[in-house]
Design a protein around this ligand. Structure first.
Ligand SMILES: CC(C)(COP(=O)(O)OP(=O)(O)OC[C@H]1O[C@@H](n2cnc3c(N)ncnc32)[C@H](O)[C@@H]1OP(=O)(O)O)[C@@H](O)C(=O)NCCC(=O)NCCS
Length: 293
């Protein structure tokens, strides 16, 4: 057990952030240069639970979010503290609040840590699973045909339950609501790969963002299928793109680099406790995003 005692010296006044506050809390992620738009905040605050702190003027100065991914896992994200209020224990205080909630539900906490976030997660007992690179791309990369026998088509509403069932053992996450939200939000980016017998062999989803189109998640039977799906989505998406790829996938990395993609930063996937399947990126070719898992 990780102790959540020894909290910050000041007692932190933490308030819930509800979905109606999406526009009001959004400046925090803009200040950090992140890609979320108000629609992302609205979805996350409705699907999960937000906690934050306001200043004397009532504006949000800090945020955090717990997003349940099934009964056994919850994602902690959007840990943001406005620049003027950093290094005062606010980030740690909010994180402890989130951890306590995840623990009370008997779940394991997971997150994708930025370089700024990792120093606050390590002392709280989080351990590293694997590294992820965030790629920025401002041109469409080379097209990639699917392997023989595999076809790629648009995701239909009727596919959603099967998509969630396919995703669960490969991603280690139970996230039907997130997958349905993304698939219906940007239908042009949502594609599924199938075998000749109609079995799902992979899928790609994506969404528009504040500064770039975000591709992911990409979950597939093989890297060749993942490449074909990603190329297919990018061919019809609005430039520029961002995509978060586990470093283990060298063919995707080479393909992105050949198109001039750059990766100025990355993430470390971390958990507090053990979550089955979460440490294995072999079928996870792109994240839904560090904020969504
Ligand atoms: C990460 C972030 C939330 C930290 O918030 P914070 O309120 O400043 O964090 P805390 O004051 O609780 O920091 C706790 C400890 O973490 C460590 N720490 C925090 N930021 C650090 C940094 N930039 N470099 C090194 N150590 C750091 C320190 O040990 C610090 O304790 P100290 O100030 O007594 O030395 C804030 O920097 C932020 O909003 N960054 C931009 C968004 C981001 O990257 N969020 C993390 C997503 S994973």
């Amino acid at each position: 057990m990780v102790s959540t005692e020894g909290a910050p010296t000041e007692v932190l006044a933490v308030s819930p952030i509800d979905a109606e506050q999406a526009e009001a809390v959004w400046p925090l992620s803009i200040e950090a240069g992140w890609n979320q738009n108000a629609a992302d905040w609205r979805f996350m605050l409705a699907a999960g639970r937000g906690y934050g702190c306001t200043g004397t003027d009532g504006r949000w100065q800090a945020s955090s979010l717990v997003l349940p991914l099934g009964q056994k896992l919850a994602w902690i994200s959007m840990v943001l503290v406005t620049k003027d209020r950093r290094r005062g224990g606010v980030g740690t205080g909010l994180l402890k609040r989130c951890i306590d909630e995840v623990r009370a539900a008997g779940a394991v906490a997971g997150l994708d840590a930025t370089e700024l976030g990792r120093p606050i997660y390590l002392p709280l007992g989080f351990h590293d699973l694997y590294r992820i690179s965030r790629w920025h791309l401002d041109r469409v990369p080379q097209a990639k045909a699917p392997p023989p026998g595999i076809t790629v088509r648009s995701v239909e509403l009727a596919d959603l339950p099967r998509l969630a069932t396919y995703d669960r053992p490969l991603s280690g996450m139970e996230r039907p609501t997130i997958l349905a939200h993304l698939a219906m939000r940007q239908r042009g980016l949502a594609s599924v790969a199938e075998t000749p017998s109609g079995k799902i062999a992979g899928f790609v989803l994506g969404r528009e963002g504040r500064v770039a189109t975000s591709l992911g998640p990409v979950v597939a039977d093989s890297e060749a299928i993942a490449l074909a799906l990603t190329a297919h989505a990018m061919a019809s998406a609005t430039l520029p793109f961002i995509i978060d790829v586990p470093d283990a996938h060298l063919d995707i990395k080479a393909w992105l680099e050949a198109a001039g993609a750059v990766s100025p930063r990355g993430y470390m996937r971390m958990t507090l406790g053990d979550a089955k399947g979460l440490d294995d990126p072999s079928h996870v070719f792109a994240l839904a995003g560090p904020e969504l898992g």
